[in-house]
Design a protein around this ligand. Structure first.
Ligand SMILES: [Zn+2]
Length: 161
């Protein structure tokens, strides 16, 4: 089923939802595996609407954290092209990072982020190495803290492998 059909179905939805191509999800999981035992990170591009975020592209970004076993810091040189609001440029639809050993839940460190306006935050956990677990969240700032809520996501079939 194409993304456009999902979009039509989503119009009128109340809760924010996310949609992602199966091939993109697969690439996120596989890339994280290649970076183990370190955390991996990257950006997700797509279409962003009020009630839904549509992810169509995954771009890995080098993790330049000095403690990459349990932290990530995206290389700003690689990140910059995606956070500039340029007309015609693909929209930043989300951030991605992995938890090599921890569950797919935002850590205290993750919640120190300033990136509340990024529509979705995806975490892939390899706590069960043979069964990577993916969760999607939305962050919001309350006072000086960050709160998060789960975002349901649907996997869209595509012909890209
Ligand atoms: Zn994390």
């Amino acid at each position: 089923m194409s993304l456009s059909i999902y979009k039509l179905r989503c119009i009128g939805g109340i809760h924010m939802k996310a949609f992602i191509y199966r091939s993109v999800l697969k690439r996120m999981i596989e890339y994280g595996q290649t970076q183990l035992p370190y955390e991996a990170c990257g950006v997700l591009l797509g279409d962003v609407e009020a009630a839904a975020t549509f992810v169509h592209t995954f771009v890995p970004v080098p993790n330049i954290s000095t403690g990459p076993l349990n932290h990530f810091l995206m290389d700003p040189l690689h990140l910059l092209p995606y956070i500039k609001e340029t007309s015609g440029a693909p929209r930043l639809a989300g951030f991605y990072h992995t938890h090599p050993l921890a569950p797919a839940i935002p850590s205290e460190q993750d919640l120190l982020t300033e990136w509340h306006t990024v529509p979705t935050h995806w975490i892939v956990s390899y706590a069960a190495p043979s069964n990577p677990h993916v969760r999607c969240y939305r962050y919001d700032s309350i006072g000086r803290g960050t709160v998060y809520e789960s975002v349901c996501f649907s996997v869209c079939e595509d012909n890209r492998t």
